[in-house]
Design a protein around this ligand. Structure first.
Ligand SMILES: [Zn+2]
Length: 369
């Protein structure tokens, strides 16, 4: 197995300590048709799908029991069913544990001793926790405005926390210098992170007993769930496990929605959209996603769609979910208004089965109004 560049097709060994191509573009793992999609039901974590992951036999697995989160019915009328996947119940309180477990397993096997990462909070907490588990030193860069609960959590795992003034983009700029000397365990750049998030597709398929939902809705910033779902469902389809793929529906905050803009205007590339104002959805404020080309490919390939929400929508979404016993962070709550908007637009039809991903727990964002 090798890495291959999206842009220039250069290839690299996966043992190489790199996170991007020499040309500056993101790397993907070359497709491996021989990967099996059988599960080991005795393992109650995402590692039950290990056969589909690029980790060789005998490797020490860095795990905290992530994955196998509940999939519950939120609403149903007639044949229409809206399920929510409670991925905020992963060990650090967000779905990012999926990517962190697979990425840190890979880095530990390569002998990496120290990593840096930049994050809006949840990925930082996940990388910090799994680094602690792997006995790897870790420094996390976060925007100064990150929820206090997330910052406290990152420090609690023993990571060195660097707070950067300004928006999410400023944090990305700040980590670049550190990444010149220390391995950059970036959840947005590293292809192994997506290998972890792709297990969401296997779990949804298993939990719905092979009945593929018509749509999966998720919040999208840099796209680490959206692309994970894309990879996962694509592989399951190619392996003949499922006979069709769900339409992947993304939701962005209207103050930072470069992917939505490209979708709406049908442009061939995604252009940077400087954030036009604050949003409660701190986890999905990416002015320019790194894997833009792959996101557009995922929209095209799954007949996907995008929409946007504002802060009032997010607050209403949190309330709707809390009234049903689900306490999530604002970023996760975008899926509720997103569902309504996709329904109004005729994308979700009356009889459709839909799964929305609830990405982050409410507890660490409790200071948010
Ligand atoms: Zn390249």
């Amino acid at each position: 197995m090798q890495y291959q560049c999206n842009e220039c097709s250069a290839t690299y060994k996966i043992s190489a300590l790199r996170y991007k191509c020499d040309c500056g573009s993101p790397l993907n793992l070359q497709k491996n048709a021989s990967r099996r999609h059988e599960r080991d039901v005795s393992i109650m974590s995402l590692w039950r799908y290990r056969e589909a992951l690029p980790i060789s036999t005998g490797t020490e697995i860095i795990t905290l029991g992530e994955g196998m989160t509940p999939l519950i019915l939120l609403d149903s009328t007639g044949n229409s069913k809206h399920y929510v996947k409670l991925d905020y119940l992963c060990p650090t309180g967000s779905y990012k544990d999926r990517g962190a477990s697979v990425l840190l397993t890979h880095l530990k096997a390569l002998g990496v001793k120290e990593v840096v990462e930049d994050s809006s909070g949840n990925a930082g907490a996940a990388i910090a926790a799994y680094s602690a588990r792997a006995d790897i030193r870790c420094t996390i860069y976060c925007p100064e405005s990150t929820s206090k609960g997330k910052l406290k959590q990152i420090s609690a795992y023993g990571a060195d926390l660097k707070l950067i003034p300004g928006n999410r983009m400023a944090t990305t700029e700040a980590v670049k210098q550190a990444a010149e000397n220390t391995y950059y365990a970036s959840h947005n750049w590293h292809p192994f992170f997506l290998e972890g998030t792709k297990t969401l597709a296997s779990e949804i398929t298993e939990q719905l007993e092979g009945n593929v939902p018509a749509h999966v809705i998720c919040p999208v910033g840099f796209g680490s769930i959206y692309l994970g779902l894309y990879l996962g469902f694509q592989e399951l389809h190619e392996a003949g496990v499922i006979d069709r793929v769900p339409r992947l529906l993304g939701v962005q905050p209207e103050t930072c929605c470069p992917i939505y803009n490209a979708y709406r205007d049908k442009t061939p590339t995604i252009s940077r959209m400087p954030q036009t104002g604050q949003t409660l959805a701190e986890g999905i404020t990416a002015e320019l996603p790194i894997r833009g080309e792959m996101i557009l490919e995922a929209i095209h390939w799954t007949n996907g769609a995008f929409t946007t929400v504002d802060d009032a929508d997010i607050k209403a979404g949190m309330k709707t979910l809390a009234n049903k016993g689900l306490y999530v962070e604002p970023t996760s709550a975008v899926v509720i208004k997103g569902y309504e908007k996709f329904k109004e637009a005729g994308i979700i039809r009356d009889e459709d089965v839909v799964v929305s991903i609830l990405t982050g727990i409410g507890l660490k964002a409790s200071s948010v109004p």
